[in-house]
Design a protein around this ligand. Sequence first.
Ligand code: HEC
Length: 163
Amino acid sequence: MRGRRSGLAVLFLAGLSTAACGRGKESSSPEKPAASVKTVPPYYYDLGSSTVDVSGYPERQKENYRFFLAVCGSCHTTARPLNAPYADRDDWRRYVRRMHFKMKGRGIQLDKADEDRLVDFLSYDSRARKMDKREAFEEQQKSLKELFETKSKNVDANRQGPR
Ligand code: HEC
């Protein structure tokens, strides 16, 4: 299986860029302030960082991370899984399957090894950032929720404004 990895990823990405991204990404990117004032993404965890510093991770997890960015960032921001409250391996297995099901609807296939790599990365990263540093993570969750509420209120205020 190993040898086929990069080939599969390339095929997969080619498929995604033509088939899956018709509507473009939902974006919470900070370099688009105009959009972020008027729209609120569906989940508070979309508002966090879409990348992780993996410089201290093992090589295998660095590779898995690159695969993760490509696959899991193709429909929505990678901030969604990275800042979601989920951390257990079983949860990640379930979410990766659920996402894979959506991808299949667009003709994109992951094999078992691909799924495993994504679950491996998400579990490793969740342990490192969400479980081993639980307090910092909970603080971050709290501030993302507050930011989300503030943004939601601003949007409501705009909608209900006099003009
Ligand atoms: C084919 C498009 C697509 C791809 C690719 C995709 N997702 Fe999603 N994802 C969605 C949609 C649509 C939703 C919102 C609806 C839902 O949760 O079912 C979502 C929601 C989520 C959520 C929030 C669920 C919740 O209820 O809190 C997480 C976490 C998530 N995705 C993780 C991932 C991961 C991890 C990957 C890579 C394995 C991934 N997604 C790839 C379409 C996609």
